[in-house]
Design a binder for this molecule. Sequence first.
Ligand code: HEM
Length: 401
Amino acid sequence: MLHTLHSLQDVGQHYQWLQQMRETQPVWLDESSGCWHVFRYTDVHRVITDYSLFSAERNLRARKSSVSGRKRGRSLLVMDPPDHRQYRGLVSSAFTPKALARLSGRIAAITQELLNEIRPKGRVDLVSDFANPLPTTVIAEMLGVPTSDRPLFKTWADALLSRQVKDSEFFKSDERQEDQALDKTFDEMSDYFEQLLEERRRHPQVDMMSDLLAAEVDGEHLSLEDTISFCIVLLIAGHVTTTSLLGQAVRCFNEHPEALAQLRAQPELMPNAIEEVLRYASPAWRLGRMTKTEVTLGDVTIPAGAFIFAWLASANRDAEQFPDPDRFDITRTPNKHVAFGHGIHFCIGAPLSRMEASIALPMLLEQLPGLRISSEEPLELFQGTGLFGFKHLPVVFIPSE
Ligand code: HEM
């Protein structure tokens, strides 16, 4: 079963466990937590896509108010239609291809600024010096929050995501003991955004906070609580996952020098290589859903009202879908991975993180020659309830001015 991961060896063992489960118990009830787990691509795909049977409206750490009494807004991630359709319509205007195209120059400029700092050093922590500040600055600029508050965002992200939540507690926050530390973080973030949104209401700017306040579907605006809640989701989801993608890409290239050599010879393979990193080392490991009625998956019947974890990381290594699934192959086509989910909840930020990686990784490889993970210092893994990546990734390279 999933254990705490301390090293890349542990990660390898975890993938072995997923493979064993795919082969022997593809739909499994964990008696200790009462949660179900699905591991095969076809089952995972069905669970995350068929919202008529599998609801996202589970009670995922979403209390209606905090200990202080502050009302919490709704989150897109835990909504079913019709609410989801309306809310997503309101927020997706901020993620149009045109809005993203405007960002590409900024992404390259931020990447360059970070690399200018790193290049002479020859040895850095890739997460704190590059993979974290890049997406954090991008999402902060998109939203319109001061980038100088970056240390604050990191503190909040650490507080929200590095907590070890038992599977049995994952879906049932209302029944959990009051979680004061989590509430405090939530209240701080809410106060922060409330103040900024209030400013935007008075003086709109060209940024996503102003767009969200102005957005309208069927004559409806987002409530203040919902707008705050969405800003919080974006701030956290907008950087933690992409930090993981950038770190995992460097790890994959480090472990597969032949792929890196091929990429250097054929840089046009980079978009394909990024998809392969997403498949091979998925930043989001698993998603939660709840059955609306009794459902049969394979030859197993799951009762109504059951909690299910759909393992994206396992689906992405299923041999039925991906030939030779444990091979890191940057030329793999087709590559219908589910790293960004599928269906109505498909990641709204997928085009943004793909764009960030496809701009940043070529610049990183070009400007840090000889880049490799340092064997002298320990790397540190980050493992949230459903997310996985690096806390620290020490790397070395040939320094230059
Ligand atoms: C949804 C993964 C980057 C914002 C999702 C889902 C996954 C995911 C698996 C589906 C959740 C579900 O079905 O329950 C990732 C990965 C990323 C990434 C692997 C980077 C490599 C981003 C970025 C943003 C973002 C950069 C924002 C700027 C969101 C939002 C949703 C979402 C708002 C909810 C969509 C909905 O429920 O309709 N993401 N994400 N993500 N993601 Fe991402």
